[in-house]
Write a protein that binds this ligand. Structure first.
Ligand SMILES: Cc1cc2nc3c(=O)[nH]c(=O)nc-3n(C[C@H](O)[C@H](O)[C@H](O)COP(=O)(O)OP(=O)(O)OC[C@H]3O[C@@H](n4cnc5c(N)ncnc54)[C@H](O)[C@@H]3O)c2cc1C
Length: 387
């Protein structure tokens, strides 16, 4: 990996910056949108269609399905830029959790025409429905069942804390569709959110933002055999492939937010005066800023290297866990210090600093908790240790 690997994406990074600051944030201001409610579907669609027009939407998807075939490294650089700004449309600018996902490349031609093509066009959104009330870290221990019936399946179960669940046009739903328990039994199903028995009306009030996650109740939902993505029993492998790559993207998100926390903190430290001098002149504040800048540099480096390794076709299972662990824990430390540097006004909603503090808390939990990341790292380390 050399210096050019990242500088070649500079025009794209600037294009993201320009779109977000000049069009997306003004749009949300015009409509008075806040993080207390998910943006309306029509405005989200508008943001996606414009992003598509600008060549920013889902750029890492292959050209064969309408993407730009951009290396994952480029996508992560765009992602870091996106999250260094604060926008409620964060899932729509580049096509985040609810946007086009490589997991659908495992689909048949008919499935890609029906589900992936409208996603790529920015017309629809999806959700990744794996977690359940009794299956979180133990993600293959699902209670949702897909029982064979009349050439297809009847699906019953409950999914929870599903990002974009309340607004998704269809769900990528993971269920046990065969006798085997555990990973070997997990099957991915593509289910239209308008299917009878599919109820996504219950959204969660989550720290940092409300209405973006929700529960999906599946009650006697009938699907054809053509709903199976890949093969019966291949769902867990598909899910883990996607999650491994997405952990790097989530780390890019954490790193982008950390950039924002540092930029806001250093600007405030220069401007805020106490004891007759800017607080930036106090070493206690300088040490915090220096620590944040150093860790931010480490996070940027680890994100870009791990993304590059994915582009090189290397095994990323270990590094994606390390990258997500480091960046998500790092941004939580930085959010704490950002509030501290801002003092009392850091706790007020109007500054946006307390929101960073609440928002980043989710990052050490989703796509695998920090404990599970550490266990993954330890497992790989010890397997390779001499006996
Ligand atoms: C904002 C947000 C968005 C999300 N979006 C999605 C989504 O789109 N799709 C989806 O399917 N899910 C989603 N999730 C769910 C998320 O993946 C789970 O919350 C996560 O995997 C943890 O599972 P859990 O909450 O059941 O915690 P649990 O698994 O119950 O863990 C509770 C605690 O026990 C610890 N623990 C568990 N097992 C072990 C172990 N073996 N060793 C040591 N410690 C352990 C955990 O680290 C944690 O500290 C989202 C969650 C959040 C917060």
């Amino acid at each position: 990996m050399n210096h050019d690997s990242t500088t070649q994406y500079e025009p794209l990074r600037q294009a993201v910056r320009h779109y977000v600051t000049e069009e997306v944030i003004p749009l949300e201001r015009e409509h008075g949108l806040t993080w207390n409610i998910a943006p309306p579907k029509d405005l989200r669609r508008k943001v996606r269609l414009r992003a598509k027009e600008l060549g920013l939407y889902a750029p890492e998807m292959p050209e064969a399905v309408g993407g730009a075939g951009l290396p994952f490294l480029g996508r992560c650089i765009m992602e870091m830029e996106l999250h260094s700004h604060d926008t409620v449309f964060f899932e729509d600018v580049l096509g985040g959790g609810g946007g086009p996902t490589p997991i659908l490349l495992a689909g048949t031609r008919a499935q890609q025409d029906r589900f992936l093509a409208p996603l790529m066009a920015g017309e629809t959104t999806t959700c990744f429905a794996l977690s359940e009330p009794d299956a979180g870290s133990d993600a293959s221990n699902l209670r949702t069942r897909a029982v064979p019936a009349e050439g297809g399946f009847v699906v019953d179960g409950t999914k929870n804390i599903v990002s974009n669940g309340p607004q998704a046009d269809f769900g990528i739903v993971f269920a046990m569709a065969m006798g085997a328990d555990g990973p070997a039994g997990v099957t991915a199903l593509l289910i239209d959110s308008t299917a009878p028995g599919y109820d996504n009306s219950r959204s969660h009030t989550c720290m940092g933002f409300t209405g973006f996650q929700g529960e999906i109740a599946l009650i006697d939902v009938r699907v054809g055999a053509d709903a199976v993505l890949g093969e019966v029993g291949r769902g867990f492998a598909l899910a883990m492939d996607w999650i491994n790559a997405n952990r790097i993207r989530t780390a890019a998100m954490a790193t982008g937010i950390a950039r924002r926390a540092l930029a806001r903190s250093s600007a405030y430290a220069m401007q805020r005066r106490q004891f007759g001098a800017p607080i930036a002149s106090f070493q206690a504040i300088q040490l915090k800023l220096a620590e944040m800048a150093t860790e931010l540099y480490a996070a940027e480096s680890i994100v870009t290297r791990s993304a590059w390794m994915k582009d090189e076709g290397q095994d990323i299972r270990l590094v994606s866990a390390m990258t997500k662990l480091y960046a998500s824990e790092m941004v939580n430390r930085h959010a704490y210090e950002a509030v501290q540097i801002h003092g009392g006004i850091g706790c007020l909603e109007e500054t946006g600093i307390e929101r960073i503090y609440r928002m980043v808390r989710i990052l050490t939990i989703l796509e695998g908790t920090s404990e599970m990341m550490r266990l993954t790292v330890a497992d790989r380390l010890l397997k390779a240790a001499p006996r």
